[in-house]
Write a protein of this length. Sequence first.
Length: 94
Amino acid sequence: MAGMSPIFRKKTPAPEDRLVTLIRKPGCHLCDDAQLVVEKVCGDLGVPWEQKDITQDAQLHDQYWEQIPVVLVDGEQHTFWRVNEGRLRKALTA
């Protein structure tokens, strides 16, 4: 086996080390629906989550105003508009 390089697997962070961010705005029914999914999945898995309001942050507004609600997982865009519970759960556990 000399000369063979070992196979490295990327270690999945523990749920409590992940962060889900919901980017939303007030009065948005899709945002309310997305929040219910985020609350359920994060609550089930013990993943912390936060929400940010695009009406309070010019940079977020400029970046996401056409896509809200937007869900980020560890700072990377996961989805927008509609949040699929199974897909979010898989992203946080795979």
